[in-house]
Design a protein around this ligand. Structure first.
Ligand code: FO1
Length: 310
């Protein structure tokens, strides 16, 4: 069975890692959100791509989920001493990634090519593709401060401003990166990882042709909301601020027509009937991925479930 998985953020990277443990390299393509990308200290940063790549490479920081394991902070400590910007923390090892990516982008290399080369260097066997090679910037509309660039909202302001909507700047001009449409068209099913629907999966679906390509396939989403909370990040807060009660049901409604199957946690069994009434087949399971075994277990549950839908 061939799977195209859409992912962004730490939760998405964890399930992508689990899927990569189970599926052979030719059977899985991971398509990653680049709406979080931004320029910082003159560097091209692609946080979600790096999180997914580092996670699959076994190089991710196990505490934060982003950045590198065994990191040191000498460069950043020095920048802080010099009075520079430090609200977005880049470790010494991680900085090497951004320096090399920035150098290659300035010389004209595509983000997808650079990602492929980095994955090769890190011995990541499965294909990881940015959603697009063109710049797309997620903008968060807030009640207090109007529109904020994503990382300004997310990291600098710690998701404190009240969200009133989102815009994916540049997406009208963005084409899917090489291999993205083919991966979806050739897949037996598409899996939406337990990533933030608003700012991780929606930007991917907004790139030209990707939503219709998903519509033509069986789609299974895994809920990032468990018991009304997001395990990590502001997804639940975003739903509340947009006047939607955060729940597995809200996530199913978010993707609605796209979904054939929905995987969510047993603690949310009270949503089951309402989701089934939307003509969506459901799987209730333990969706918390506490360790590597948990990632593999959830990935196996998802794959077995997808098989029942085909
Ligand atoms: N998230 C933070 O909350 N604080 C940081 O200082 C931070 C630095 C950082 C550096 C590299 C990287 O790849 C990711 C980093 N993140 C940081 C995470 C990242 O901004 C978000 O988790 C994602 O954009 C949301 O999916």
């Amino acid at each position: 069975m061939k799977i195209a998985a859409l992912a962004g953020g730490v939760g998405g990277a964890k399930l992508a890692h689990g899927l990569a443990q189970i599926l052979p390299q030719k059977k899985l393509t991971i398509i990653v959100n680049t709406g979080d990308d931004f320029e910082y200290l003159g560097l091209s940063i692609s946080p979600d791509l790096d999180t997914v790549c580092y996670t699959l490479a076994g190089l991710a920081n196990p505490v934060t989920g982003w950045g590198r394991i065994d990191e040191t902070w000498n460069t950043f400590d020095n920048i802080a001493k010099l009075g520079g910007q430090t609200w977005f923390r880049l470790g010494d090892r991680d900085l090497g990634t951004h320096l090399e990516r920035t150098f290659r982008r300035k010389r004209g290399d595509k983000l997808s090519t650079i990602t492929q080369d980095f994955c090769h260097a890190w011995s990541v066997k499965h294909r990881i593709l940015p959603m697009t090679d063109e710049p797309v910037y997620t903008m968060v509309n807030t009640l207090e401060q109007g529109e904020l660039p994503f990382q300004e909202y997310f990291v600098h302001q710690r998701c404190k401003p009240t969200v009133s909507g989102f815009r994916f700047d540049g997406v009208e001009k963005a084409r899917p990166a090489p291999g993205v449409l083919e991966a979806i068209n050739n897949a037996d099913a598409v899996v939406f990882c337990p990533s933030n629907p608003w700012v991780s999966i929606d930007p991917i679906l907004t790139v030209a042709g990707l939503r219709p390509a998903c519509e033509a396939k069986p789609v299974v989403a895994v809920s990032p909301i468990i018991g009304g909370q997001a395990l990590k990040g502001p997804a639940a807060k975003m739903y509340r601020e947009l006047s939607i009660q955060p729940s597995a049901l809200a996530v199913a409604r978010h993707y609605a027509d796209l979904l054939d199957g929905f995987v969510f946690d047993k603690v949310d069994s009270d949503s089951n009937l309402s989701i089934q009434e939307m003509n969506i087949t459901t799987l209730l399971t333990n969706s918390i991925m506490e360790d590597m075994a948990g990632r593999r277990r959830l990935a196996k549950d998802v794959i077995d479930f997808v098989n029942t839908l085909l």
